[in-house]
Design a protein around this ligand. Structure first.
Ligand SMILES: Cc1cc2nc3c(=O)[nH]c(=O)nc-3n(C[C@H](O)[C@H](O)[C@H](O)COP(=O)(O)OP(=O)(O)OC[C@H]3O[C@@H](n4cnc5c(N)ncnc54)[C@H](O)[C@@H]3O)c2cc1C
Length: 301
């Protein structure tokens, strides 16, 4: 094509052809502006939008997964022609992109020590409240006395069971002392100390907020890590609420997620050999052996 022809075609007006839906559509959030779940004393997780937001009446947002998968599989593929079967097949076989066609946007308020864990999930889009721009609200996370946990002996990262009441009270008092800095923070910002530096006196129990948008494939990854008992209980509480918020919108994908991810088990080559031969796991590694014991108990072996 000559340069002259290319210029002529790019100068042509762009025509948008708008099509009306073939069937009536319904809102997957039932017309609501947000679905909110309060978490702990000051936190929340609210679903504020979804894609697809409108789906054919009688269907769920699972239809977007099916629609995109059918581009590659074709309508006529008999083995996977049924929608639920197709979604389950895609989940079982670790297909990712059809699940990425569904997205959810949340508004979340959580303590900064939870936000630190959450932000590690790099596949989401995030916009956070700015403590350089605005004063941090007076909201701090305080566990209930039963939730002041003992350091776990078996899991160096975790806590297990409540510590004795006296020590728990002592800890809660310490938290209260840290929160007392808030008044000074307000006073000093009023005296002109920049908010970006004044915030350094606030403990990580102070709440932040953000909008967090992520596709369903990566939400499932987030949920499988953060609903797991190895994750910190406080972030588990958010993850479980997030799961309840999306379940009515993508029930078929969630059912498949439970069957093939959440309640499934990965077996290593060594573990398969141990089952096959009936011999102990061929490793001296204590952690790996303990993990195998856990799996055997789950399998009733
Ligand atoms: C129980 C638990 C304990 C943890 N403890 C620690 C800890 O002690 N210290 C610590 O630092 N972290 C810790 N983490 C965080 C953890 O290591 C991960 O950073 C976090 O879970 C995010 O996982 P992800 O990278 O798979 O997720 P995402 O960032 O959402 O990424 C999803 C997937 O996308 C791909 N991906 C995304 N970005 C890239 C990239 N740049 N390059 C290549 N692939 C990419 C990867 O396949 C990844 O699995 C912990 C997490 C859990 C659940």
């Amino acid at each position: 094509m000559s340069d002259a022809a290319a210029t002529a075609s790019s100068a042509a007006p762009i025509v948008i052809e708008r099509s009306l839906p073939e069937t009536p559509l319904c809102d997957v959030m039932g017309g609501a502006s947000r679905w909110n779940v309060p978490i702990h004393e000051h936190g929340f997780i609210a679903l504020v939008d979804a894609m697809p937001r409108l789906v054919p009446e009688g269907l769920t947002a699972d239809s977007a997964i099916v629609q995109s998968a059918r581009v590659s599989y074709g309508q006529g593929t008999k083995m996977v022609s049924e929608d639920r079967g197709l979604v389950r097949y895609l989940m079982r076989h670790h297909h990712s992109t059809p699940f990425e066609m569904v997205e959810f946007k949340f508004h979340i308020a959580m303590p900064i020590f939870i936000a630190r864990q959450w932000i590690r999930h790099r596949t989401a889009n995030v916009n956070e409240y700015s403590a350089r721009y605005s004063i941090m609200p007076d909201r701090f996370y305080r566990p209930s006395i039963d939730n002041v946990r003992k350091q776990s002996k078996s899991n160096r990262q975790g806590g297990e069971g409540p510590i004795d009441a006296g020590t728990a009270e002592e800890f809660l008092q310490l938290l209260e002392n840290a929160e007392a800095n808030y008044q000074k923070y307000i006073e000093l910002t009023e005296k002109g100390v920049a908010r970006e530096i004044a915030r350094a006196v606030l403990p990580v129990s102070v709440y932040t907020e953000w909008y967090w948008k992520c596709d369903l494939h990566n939400i499932f990854h987030f949920l499988s890590l953060r609903m797991d008992p190895h994750a910190q209980i406080e972030i588990q509480d958010y993850a479980k609420a997030m799961y309840e918020l999306i379940k009515p919108i993508v029930p078929v994908a969630c059912e498949a997620f439970e069957d093939y991810r959440l309640n499934s088990m990965h077996l290593t080559g060594l573990e398969i050999d141990a089952i096959r031969t009936g011999k102990p796991l061929a490793t001296e590694n204590k952690r790996e052996t303990a993990e195998w014991q856990e799996k055997k108990a789950q399998l009733g072996l």
